[in-house]
Design a protein around this ligand. Sequence first.
Ligand code: FES
Length: 87
Amino acid sequence: PFEVTAEQSGVTITVEPGQSILHALDEAGVMVFSSCEEGICGTCETRVIAGTPDHRDSVLTERDRESGDVMMICCSRARSESLVLDI
Ligand code: FES
């Protein structure tokens, strides 16, 4: 499990294995637009304020991945113990 803080919403949640960040946030009442939920459309792209994403999408370029500034929260996870997202 890892922690995700939705900075603008003022909500911090724990994301369990097998659960997506998107769904965990949704359960906590934080709405994020999504479509494919498979990491291919880019709809759920979210800005990362702190923490290291574990990218599992097929949208971002290698450079985007290395910068760690954005992530697809429908499928990507965290490499660090927590993430702070700009939502
Ligand atoms: Fe399509 Fe996340 S909803 S990439």
